[in-house]
Design a protein around this ligand. Structure first.
Ligand code: ADP
Length: 168
């Protein structure tokens, strides 16, 4: 597995699977979620709505992952995962690690060879950059996935530096 840290807009990546830091509703939001739906077009939202009418009637639980096709994005799949909201009072790092592990396992089942992750939970959900990066890098390194090409695509200088530090 080749793990790389890149800077920029994840919607511009040419990969088999782009991971979305979604919210439990799967019906869109701000941040990277909004960017993915804007760039990918209405097909993604239509599939998310279908998921809500079916298996995920109550929404996608935190730490889990589900795939849709990728609309106009230069990718085959969008893997939606729901990160935990950061809490200083409660350790939710296992749920954040689960987002990466479950996304990679799903990518494997889909036959994806390349995957791009944003910094899940590190935006509106408030996770401190250094901790978010350490959890993400450790979870991916520990995963037993056959995805060959793993990219973290960071949108801020602070997260870029934190992920570079975590990767070593
Ligand atoms: P969460 O609710 O899980 O915190 P956000 O979307 O608010 O999700 O933020 C997750 C991370 O995605 C943040 O670091 C944010 O800066 C970043 N981000 C926002 N837009 C993009 C984009 N187009 N490409 C990559 N990362 C992005």
């Amino acid at each position: 597995m080749d793990i790389r840290i890149l800077s920029g807009d994840i919607t511009k990546q040419r990969v088999d699977a782009i991971v979305n830091a979604a919210n439990s509703s799967l019906l869109g939001g701000g941040g990277v979620d909004g960017a993915i739906h804007r760039a990918g077009g209405p097909a993604i939202l239509a599939e998310c709505q279908e998921l809500r009418r079916g298996q995920y009637g109550k929404g996608l639980p935190t730490g889990q992952a589900v795939a849709t096709t990728a609309g106009r994005l230069d990718a085959d799949w969008v893997i939606h995962t729901v990160g935990p909201v950061y809490s200083p009072a409660e350790d939710r790092s296992a749920l954040l690690a689960s987002c990466y592990r479950e996304s990679l396992a799903l990518a494997d089942r889909l036959g994806a060879d390349s995957i791009a992750f944003p910094a899940v939970s590190a935006g509106v959900y408030g996770w401190p950059a250094a901790s978010a990066a350490a959890i993400a890098v450790a979870a991916v390194r520990e995963a037993e996935a056959s995805v060959a090409d793993v990219r973290f695509v960071l949108f801020t200088e602070e997260l870029l530096a934190a992920f570079q530090q975590a990767l070593g």
